[in-house]
Design a protein around this ligand. Structure first.
Ligand code: ADP
Ligand code: MG
Length: 336
């Protein structure tokens, strides 16, 4: 009888050890990168939580949902439905209404340097075939670029001009990053980072402190321009090196000045720190268009927003920082 009890106890002990091992194994930090949103998306959870794999998986599923809904190409997407509708009024989803509301705010703030109706012109540039539109084509299509012709009444989008084409390329990724951050936070996660091709939202790092974030050198992808530290905030970078080709010595890239319909040429790269990734993403595109002088002036007027602008002068890369940028422990590596 005694022998039997010892045997049972041994078996129970073995089961308990095995269970602890398995749950320890599951309770690891996770870092996963997948191709999504036309770039690499990395979600990293630094704390040990047995639900980490499930949480990361549901975050990627959320990204896939938005990617379908906001796709600029797929027939079934909401953006295509709006862009191909001949009607003046279109019903839109709660999410898109939220995104367009924010986008209109940034347009007003930046006096149209950011304009979600850039679609009519941005679609003329082909970065695969490396073709640029004729000046007449740009002129003709610029008539349909005007955010003031777009109005939101609840969940109804009113287009004063039916030829308006939405392009959410400069704000969509930030918006989705914010939704992923909300998803992680509501799952109880506090130590994590999300990076969608340079649009980041970071919670705390594994020690409950700031993350150290590298800023890409705009002309040397093997080097960093510098570092900043950040927690519970967003940072985004827009650069003329992301999507470009050279034509007769001119860099043709994807950030368009809505006034001219041509690639903006006052900056090379802009990094914006903001409380949320939607704002950081949209503002870095806008500040890029505005250039160092007007861009920094605007950022210095805004609360909780900082920026680093890299621009070219006499063939040399220069930088310009907003008043509070140093508060993020900026380590400048550009002179080394
Ligand atoms: P990335 O997507 O490389 O992070 P951005 O956030 O700056 O870069 O977004 C650039 C994209 O935004 C372009 O590919 C285009 O779809 C769109 N876009 C270009 N110029 C503007 C603009 N002035 N305002 C709003 N959207 C723009
Ligand atoms: Mg942007």
């Amino acid at each position: 009888m005694k022998k039997r009890i010892i045997q049972v106890c041994l078996i129970i002990a073995l089961i308990v050890i095995a269970y602890i091992r398995i749950s320890n194994e599951k309770s690891k930090p996770v870092k996963e990168t997948r191709v999504a949103l036309g770039t690499f998306v990395t979600i990293e959870i630094s704390e040990k939580n047995p639900d980490n794999p499930v949480i990361v998986d549901s975050a990627f599923r959320l990204i896939a949902k938005y990617e379908k809904q906001f796709s600029p190409k797929e027939d079934y997407s909401e953006i295509i439905r709006i862009n191909t509708s001949a009607s003046r009024e279109v019903e839109i989803s709660y999410d898109l209404a939220e995104l367009l509301q924010k986008s209109q705010e940034i347009s007003e703030l930046t006096q149209g340097a950011f304009d979600v109706t850039i679609g009519a012109v941005s679609q003329l540039y082909d970065f695969i075939d490396k073709t640029i539109p004729y000046p007449d084509e740009i002129k003709e299509n610029l008539k349909h670029v005007d955010f003031t012709k777009l109005h939101l009444v609840g969940y109804t989008l009113i287009k004063d001009d039916p030829a308006i084409r939405l392009d959410i390329g400069a704000i969509g990724k930030g918006f989705i990053v914010d939704k992923v951050a909300e998803c992680l936070i509501s799952a109880g996660i506090r130590q994590a980072a999300i990076n969608a091709g340079g649009d980041l939202y970071v919670l705390e790092n594994e020690n409950g402190e700031e993350w150290r974030i590298g800023i890409q050198h705009p002309r040397d992808d093997s080097t960093l321009w510098g570092y900043i530290t950040l927690k519970n905030a967003a940072v985004a970078t827009s650069g003329d090196y992301e999507k470009f080709f050279m034509k007769d010595g001119t860099r043709i890239h994807h950030i368009i000045d809505p006034k001219t319909g041509l690639p903006a040429d006052k900056a090379v790269s802009v990094t914006v720190i903001a409380p949320d990734a939607t704002t950081a993403d949209a503002l870095c595109t806008a500040v890029f268009v505005m250039g160092p002088e007007k861009g920094i002036q605007l950022v210095n007027q805004l609360d909780n927003i900082e920026a680093l602008i890299i621009y070219e002068q006499d063939g040399k890369l220069m930088q310009c920082l907003s008043d509070g940028f140093m508060n993020y422990n900026y380590e400048d590596l550009s002179q080394t």
